[in-house]
Every structure is written in C-alpha cells, then in structure tokens.
Ligand binder design. Sequence first.
Ligand SMILES: [Zn+2]
Length: 55
Amino acid sequence: MANVKCPVCDADVTVANAVMGELLTCADCGVELEVTSLSPLTLEEAPEVQEDWGE
Ligand SMILES: [Zn+2]
C-alpha cells in the first residue's frame, strides 16, 4: 500500500498493490493514471484510450 501524488491535481492517490502498467483513476479529479515505475512508485496521466479502432 502506497500513497502517490496525482500528477494532475496533486491529490494523494492510494495504490493498494502497484503493478507496472496498471491503470488507476484519481478519486479527486477523475483522470486515468498509469503506473510507469515501481521504484520509486510513479504515476503518469494515461493516454486517452481510443474507442474507435477503425478498420
Ligand atoms: Zn487527480
């Protein structure tokens, strides 16, 4: 269990069991965050998911 600052709004985000590439949602601003490093535990704003995959 770890607390990391949201890179967008600076709120504390609790990460129960961090896994590389895990996606989390900031409870404060609602942004999607991705675990980009485990040591130190780092969160970055996840890229927008493209719903439209086209052909
Ligand atoms: Zn946030």
